[in-house]
Design a protein around this ligand. Structure first.
Ligand code: SF4
Length: 377
């Protein structure tokens, strides 16, 4: 099984917190799409005859594509790759792009899963983040998508916004769970280097994210989602019974994926590669028939640490037998005291050679994984 990720590096506006690769200038859009098609041709051997079970359009904002542009990419993928009949095909969209007409275009193109950048149901907060849509547009597009028969719909939300009260966040989650969607991804607001948010905080125009408030929001969210009978299956991801994102789950299970477009990453089980995060340089490389990516061969230790980090962040945890046999790594013997402490705090559950975090423990997943990392002398 393999996946394909397509990065569409354009956005109408720059959300102030965002450090993904995108451009608000659409001047090179046609050239980039041409280059993406060329890269799809050139990297065909990466996947070979393996079945493609997931395709994911991310960005940037894929919903800035015209129907004809999306059709062209889908036609290339279907012509060049062996796409499974029931492949999950996800398309990230912003609500202001999702008119009824555009939703019909997506359906016709074969998109069967939508991931909507909702972020907040509060217009003031949306404006504060410099988002391009309004709350009315969010609610309308979800109803329209559901009415058109889209069954797999994810919404993205952001918590830890300094002026978002605990009560309002609780209402936000309850509203999300009442909508016709079956997946929720929620991320804590972070202040990354080289973002407008970072500058605004330095200029004392905006408040920093509040980590304590974010922890409270996380707990509120976990309780509300579990009360509603949804599954908390990865630190930031929740779904109605069994409606996991197949594409993202494959990442966390170290499956093979090919990333196409500026800044896209690929992984073949042992090598990780990443395309240049610049539209101009990506075009230059493709037009000069050069590889647009750099590659790193992962050591055993790298692969072990990735397995720990990604596994611990999911409800499936890590298999202690596999860690011992594949990596000669005996977690229980290496960290008995620390693990006992985490068990006392009810952060960790160990059952039948499986090590996983409880819902509360998932809040500390990155810290726990970093404590367990293998580091060479
Ligand atoms: S729409 Fe998405 S990718 Fe574009 S700036 Fe906003 S958060 Fe970043």
């Amino acid at each position: 099984m393999a996946g394909i990720y397509i990065h569409i590096p354009f956005c109408k506006k720059a959300c102030f917190y965002c450090d993904f690769h995108f451009s608000v200038s659409f001047k090179s859009k046609l050239d980039i799409l041409q280059a993406i098609n060329t890269e799809l041709v050139r990297r065909r051997s990466f996947i070979g005859d393996e079945q493609v079970e997931t395709i994911y359009f991310g960005g940037g904002t894929p919903s800035v594509l015209l129907g004809s542009e999306l059709d062209q990419i889908m036609t290339s993928i279907n012509r060049l790759y062996s796409v499974a009949e029931n492949a999950e095909i996800t398309f990230e969209c912003n609500p202001d792009d999702l008119t009824l007409e555009y939703l019909k275009v997506l359906k016709k193109a074969g998109i069967n899963r939508l991931s909507l950048g909702i972020q907040s149901f509060n217009d003031e907060h949306l404006e504060w983040m410099n988002r391009s849509h309004t709350n009315d547009q969010s609610l309308q597009c979800i109803q329209d998508a559901s009415g058109l028969g889209f069954k797999d719909i994810n919404i993205d939300l952001i918590y830890g916004i300094p002026q978002l009260s605990e009560d309002e966040w609780k209402d936000t989650i309850e509203l999300a769970l009442a909508l016709p969607v079956n997946h929720l991804s929620a991320y804590s607001l972070t202040m990354e280097e080289n973002t407008p948010y970072n500058k605004l905080v330095k200029q004392q125009k905006y408040q920093k994210p509040d980590d304590d408030l974010a922890s409270v929001h996380f707990e509120v969210m976990v309780n509300a989602v579990e009360k509603a009978g949804w599954e908390h299956y990865e630190v930031s991801n929740f779904c109605k019974a069994g409606n996991y994102s197949k594409h993202n789950t494959a990442y966390w299970q170290n499956k093979k994926y090919l990333g196409i477009g500026p800044s896209a990453h690929s992984f073949d089980g042992v090598n990780r590669s990443w395309n240049v995060s610049s539209n101009v340089q990506y075009l230059e490389k493709i037009e000069s028939n050069l590889e647009p990516y750099k590659t790193e061969l992962l050591t055993n230790e790298d692969r072990l640490n990735e397995t720990l980090l990604t596994g611990i962040r999911t409800k499936w945890g890590v298999d202690l037998v596999e860690l011992r046999s594949e990596y000669k790594y005996n977690l229980m013997e290496l960290f008995p005291v620390m693990i006992a402490e985490w068990q006392l705090k009810e952060w960790v559950v160990i059952e039948e050679e499986n090590f996983r975090l409880s819902s509360q423990g998932l809040l500390f997943a990155d810290y726990i994984a970093s404590e367990l990392f293998s580091v060479s002398d």
